[in-house]
Design a protein around this ligand. Structure first.
Ligand code: CA
Length: 659
């Protein structure tokens, strides 16, 4: 390395002191937000720090410890930026920024936009990003996707998905686990990537895979964490890399994972958590531009809409720019195909629309969805928030339907309560709402039995249908806790029933990893840092509950083969779905009929019977082929025929007929 002399020191005069009247007065960067630009002959460092008196970058040979090799003073530049150019080849070195405000150095950070870091993410790394591209990366492409209505999401966590040695995955708990082909159990049951292919999902939704702080990367990681504690938003997590000490490895392996999934025909969704940071004091944001990145109330108390001690302020220009550039970077550099926004309701509508616009410019098939709520009320006017109820103002952005979820499994916050699936009365209208993907429908009422339902989504592709996810109990545990004394056979029946409703409904279906094979988390609802024996997917269950797995797999295949189950627009749903009268409130029946493009089946009848006994339902007179009934499915060949204008539906099951 060439040691260059310090750049001229500028005097820290009063004219540099910047007292802005409000955050809206802070200067805004109009160019791309790049903090380190490497070439073999020079490296440029830049930092947006409009309130700084001085900014320096300190160069190290190590990712942790050691003594500084060099200190470089940055000079003020337009728009609140500070810049310095260091001549020579800095590849392989590490750096931290430090900002002085009112005479106080704020502390080392890798910057807010670090793209490569050393172990545990404390120092940024100088690498040549192009050297992280795996072979064939330039020809990697997103698997085809005609419409968001074709999507089937599968939510998974790296560690729990591949930790079980029975899966015979070599790179257990790593990004590379999802690159391994032909992995299976001793009995031949497919695991890992092959399991995903066999199941037929179109998208994997990866729990946080950016750099988070809770797992120590410097040791062989033995602790589990969901990873909702962001540290460096634009770098992959080190504990999922085979070598977290080499900054390029996590980047390359993440790309290898994306490429392998793409080759398997599966798109990749990242769970992104821009609503808060792991810590407030000492975070990269606070150390760079104190106060700017987070909301506070009038009394100066920090907001806590995230429930994690802080909330970011997406409505401020540079925070919005940060989020937009970050997702754009993952989409371009890593070829990520979708983003799930954690607590999207903490963000503002304008930011989410800016995200959508930026991603549309890259590829309009990139999917965006989020949790349309917050953990606590955000410190921003409700009308501006990206809440589920404001989704009409966010075209082509989807949100999870807690109404459908709760109507299926029981309300949030009381695990002892079940709902439609176990035959508790009062949830049929919520199920019907889910059937139509949350859009307004002439036969649905907004206030069934005094339970207000708001039809918040204009299109079914903005409505995520699910019965379980990583939050709360997994499906089997919830069924057990709400239906005490259920036999194992009953539990399998109920799991099938629940998944059949999700997978035949018109919203975008979402499956929680392992629910297709009777996963249990041993009754732990908030398993964010529970031990592996709680969170792990045990693959022997796939063989043990093969019947359930095959049932879910065939439902997915049927959905993909039959456009009637994914009509895609509110208009199509309004004109093709007709609810049938049922005598019992625990039975929901409907017909999908009309001129549906590409659909070979005519007059499809779907009945969900949540009763503990057989239900008789009136249907339009005719001869029908049975595609699915009594917990069995054979939609390809059919399972016999029924004739007439009434049909018997087995207890706790979905019946699907067609002509
Ligand atoms: Ca980390």
């Amino acid at each position: 390395m060439l040691i260059i002399p310090l750049l001229a020191t500028i005097s820290c005069s009063q004219d540099l002191k910047k007292d802005y009247a409000s955050y809206a007065d802070y200067p805004v960067l109009t160019d791309d937000w790049i903090e380190m630009d490497y070439t073999p002959v020079q490296t440029q460092f830049s930092l947006w720090a409009p309130t700084a008196d001085e900014v320096q970058v300190v160069i190290y040979a190590q990712a942790q410890g050691g003594t500084p090799q060099q200190m470089i003073r940055l000079l003020p530049a337009p728009n609140g930026m500070w810049k310095a150019v260091a001549d020579g080849d800095y590849k392989g070195l590490y750096y931290v920024f430090n900002v002085k405000i009112d005479g106080v150095w704020q502390g080392d950070t890798p910057g807010v936009m670090a793209k490569a870091v050393g172990v545990n993410g404390d120092r940024a790394a100088i690498i040549d990003l192009r050297s992280t591209d795996p072979e064939g990366w330039e020809s990697d492409h997103r698997p085809p996707l005609k419409s968001f209505s074709d999507i089937i999401l599968y939510e998974m966590h790296h560690r729990e998905f591949s930790i079980d040695t029975a899966a015979h995955i070599k790179n257990r708990c790593k990004f590379l686990a999802l690159t391994e082909q032909h992995t299976c159990m001793l009995d031949g049951t497919k695991t890992g990537l092959d399991h995903l292919k066999e199941l037929g999902v179109t998208h994997v939704h990866l729990l946080p895979s950016f750099d988070f702080s809770s797992v120590d990367e410097s040791i062989v990681p033995s602790t589990y964490n969901w990873g909702y504690d962001p540290k460096n938003f634009n770098v992959p997590e080190g504990s999922y890399a085979t070598d977290p000490f080499k900054p390029g490895v996590r980047i390359k392996e993440f790309k290898e994972m994306v490429m392998a999934l793409h080759q398997a025909g599966i798109r990749v969704v990242m769970d992104v958590v821009y609503n808060h940071t792991a810590v407030l004091k000492g975070s990269v944001f606070e150390r760079t531009v104190p106060g700017y990145f987070y909301r506070k109330d009038e009394k100066g108390n920090w907001g806590n809409a995230s429930g994690c001690g802080n909330e970011t302020a997406s409505e401020r220009e540079m925070v919005r720019k940060f989020i937009v550039e970050s997702v754009s970077y993952w989409a371009k550099e890593y070829h990520v195909d979708g983003f799930r926004f954690d607590l999207m309701g903490v963000h503002d509508i304008a930011t989410m629309n800016a995200v959508r616009k930026a991603l549309d410019a890259i590829d309009p098939t990139i999917f965006v969805y989020g949790e349309g709520w917050a953990a606590n009320p955000p410190l921003l006017e409700t009308r501006k928030l990206a809440m589920k109820t404001n989704i009409k103002q966010m075209p082509r952005i989807a949100a999870f339907s807690d109404e459908f979820r709760d109507s299926l499994r029981g309300e949030w916050g009381d695990d002892s309560k079940g709902a439609f699936v176990i035959g508790r009365k009062g949830f049929a209208e919520g199920i019907r709402m889910g059937v139509v993907g949350g859009v307004e429908h002439p036969q649905l009422v907004s206030d069934p039995l005094g339970k207000k339902l708001e039809f918040w989504t204009p299109e079914p592709t903005q409505f995520i249908s699910y019965v379980s996810c990583h939050d709360d109990l997994c499906l089997q545990d919830r069924l057990k806790s709400s239906y005490r004394g259920a036999s194992e056979k009953e539990l399998v029946t109920l799991e099938k029933f629940a998944q059949s409703i999700v997978l035949t409904s018109q919203g975008v279906p979402f499956i929680y990893s392992g629910d297709e094979m009777m996963r249990t988390k041993k009754g732990v609802s908030n398993s964010y840092r529970s031990p592996d024996n709680v969170n792990a997917i045990f693959w022997k269950k796939k063989a043990q509950y093969r019947e359930l797995f095959d049932y879910v797999k065939e439902l997915i295949a049927m959905r993909k083969a039959h456009p009637a189950f994914r009509l895609g627009t509110a208009e199509q749903i309004g004109s093709n779905i007709q609810f049938l009268k049922t005598e019992d409130s625990n039975v929901v029946a409907y017909q999908i009929a009309g001129n549906i493009m590409g659909e070979r089946w005519k007059n499809i009848i779907v009945v969900y019977n949540a009763r503990r006994d057989v239900s008789t339902v009136n249907i339009p007179e005719g001869v029908y082929t049975v595609a699915c009934g009594d917990g069995l499915i054979d939609w390809r060949k059919g399972m016999g025929t029924v004739k007439g204008n009434v049909v018997n539906v087995a207890p706790r099951s979905t019946l699907i007929l067609h002509q």
